[in-house]
Design a protein around this ligand. Structure first.
Ligand SMILES: *[C@@H]1O[C@H](CO)[C@@H](O)[C@H](O)[C@H]1NC(C)=O
Ligand SMILES: *[C@@H]1O[C@H](CO)[C@@H](O)[C@H](O)[C@H]1NC(C)=O
Ligand SMILES: CC(=O)N[C@H]1CO[C@H](CO)[C@@H](O)[C@@H]1O
Length: 485
């Protein structure tokens, strides 16, 4: 998930200290709030990408190609059984992210971080850096074995969902020197997650859940967030062509080795397109090269997902559209909590804001590529412990970086943690907020909630939402039909 969303463009003037000394020069470039509509369009780098070629309606190629489950001798994966028909561009993606599993996030599993007794361990990178390998591997293996199990796939299926999105760090992908001209070491990361992923792909097939594999952490970090594996004010992914080409090699490897077990390969999560220094141009070239790598290495039925890189979907008009490409999806993320401007919204205004961004997403999709909201949540505060990073407080209650001119929005009590403390009116709102975002997602190609589980932040947990009653067991249930009309 993003810790510095579109609102970053506002915030940087209020200080972007701590570990996030980023984007300071971007403040004046983007206006928040209306980013979707206001970001000036960059001309497509490939003029042959025709804008106005609606892939989803008039062009059959992507949806007419059946999903492939061809056997792959290089794969250790169990024999798949075909999922029921799902037609991309026609059927709606209804999914959850398996966040905090193969890429650790302090706020999703604070206990994993607390167990290290070291405050300097703030992400998976520092976990590998500051613990000896055996200790780190023990902690990680226990986590990999327990955080997501087959029971989760059973429960996800029972909740009427049809997709999971699985964030994956490059360090978990066992590239060998036969797979890349570049380095294959992953220091200081601890490798070992791959077999757990492969096992989960078997559960997904068994329980007819489709899988979006998402490179969530790239070499050098594509955004500097802890959820990229490495929290840093100086993410270097785009600075070094070797980092980028290693990421392409990683995609090729994934496609070859497990492509027959996954439905969608998302090339990279949330590259920080708002950074200067050619970052956004690097992202654009990488989407193109990554797409080609997946197409060369795998079956044409595999879908490829790109993201808006925080630039607004309109920035990608005509990009990787048919006929240059086929079977491509756009991933848009939305959280309304990472700036004072957003936190100032009332419950009703949050709902309204969600209704309002549909137009631009829908307009983009209808003349470009299938579009989903691949991350969103029920949170309306940033109160979840360590959501902004281990040891970092919340903007909501003014405990974010002390140097920032924090604005107090309210107490965090009973907005996060266990839903035992949630008031009836808060839970009623959570239902409404869930529903409006589902409605908006279903007016395009679908939605993937962030996240399935969190140790101690029930407003972010689909599982707890089902249990606590604000998320229905049938995602087509509506308490608020026509909520945006
Ligand atoms: C928070 O929830 C707990 C548990 O239900 C309750 O006892 C407490 O009064 C609540 N606090 C506030 C400030 O509402
Ligand atoms: C979905 O689209 C329909 C028209 O196609 C529109 O009436 C409705 O308001 C839209 N819903 C949302 C949530 O945007
Ligand atoms: C993992 C990896 O190879 N990272 C490299 C990314 O780019 C930076 C900047 O050039 C290098 O220092 C890293 O080694």
């Amino acid at each position: 998930m993003r810790l510095l969303p579109l609102g970053v463009f506002l915030l940087c003037q209020n200080n972007f200290f701590g570990s996030f000394g980023v984007a300071a020069t971007q403040c004046r470039l983007k206006s928040p709030g209306k980013v979707l509509a206001n970001v000036p369009a960059t001309p497509p780098s490939n003029p042959s990408n025709g804008v106005g070629t609606p892939q989803s309606s008039t062009v059959p190629p992507s949806s007419s190609i059946p999903p492939s489950f061809s056997s792959n001798p290089g794969s250790a994966a169990p024999t798949p059984s075909p999922a029921p028909d799902f037609v991309y561009g026609n059927d709606k993606i209804r999914g959850v992210n398996l966040g905090g599993w193969l890429v650790l996030e302090p706020w999703i599993t604070p206990s994993v971080f607390e167990s290290t007794n070291n405050d300097a361990i703030v992400d998976e990178y520092t976990l590998g850096q500051y613990l000896d390998t055996k200790t780190a591997l023990d902690i990680l293996q226990r986590h990999w074995e327990t955080w997501i199990t087959e029971e989760d796939f059973v429960a996800i299926k029972a909740a009427g969902l049809n997709h999971v999105r699985i964030p994956l760090g490059y360090w978990s992908v066992p590239l060998t020197s036969a797979d890349t001209d570049g380095p294959t070491h992953v220091d200081p990361y601890i490798p070992g997650g791959w077999p757990y992923l492969v096992k989960a792909l078997g559960w997904a097939k068994k329980h007819s859940i489709r899988v979006i594999i998402d490179i969530h952490g790239a070499p050098g970090s594509q955004n500097g967030y802890d959820n990229s594996g490495h929290r840093t004010s100086n993410p270097q992914w785009a600075d070094n062509p070797a980092n980028v080409s290693r990421t392409v090699d990683t995609l090729r490897f994934i496609t070859k080795s497990i492509g027959d077990m996954v439905d969608v390969i998302e090339l990279l999560n949330e590259p920080a397109g708002f950074r200067g220094g050619g970052f956004s141009q690097t992202v654009r070239q990488f989407w193109s090269d990554g797409y080609d790598a997946v197409r060369e290495a795998g079956d044409a039925g595999i879908k490829v997902m790109i993201g808006d890189a925080f630039l607004g979907v309109q920035n990608w008009n005509g990009f990787l559209a048919y006929p240059r490409a086929q079977g491509v999806l756009m991933d848009f993320h939305e959280y309304q909590i990472f700036s004072d401007l957003e936190l100032d919204r009332s419950f009703d205004e949050h709902v309204k804001f969600a209704c309002n961004y549909w137009d631009s997403l829908s307009a983009y999709e209808s003349s470009n590529i299938w579009t989903i909201i691949g991350e969103w949540s029920n949170a309306v505060t940033d109160c979840a412990k360590w959501l902004n990073g281990r040891g970092v407080g919340s903007r909501w209650d003014g405990t974010w970086y002390s140097s920032a001119n924090s604005q107090y929005h309210g107490s965090c009590t009973n907005f996060t943690g266990s839903y035992a403390g949630f008031s009836g009116s808060y839970k009623a709102f959570l239902r409404k907020y869930w529903e409006v975002q589902v409605e908006v997602g279903e007016n395009i190609s679908g939605w993937v909630f962030w996240t399935w589980k969190a140790e101690n932040a029930d407003e972010w947990s689909y599982q707890k939402g089902l249990e606590g009653g604000w998320i229905p067991h049938d995602p087509t249930d509506r308490k608020y039909p026509g909520i945006c009309s």
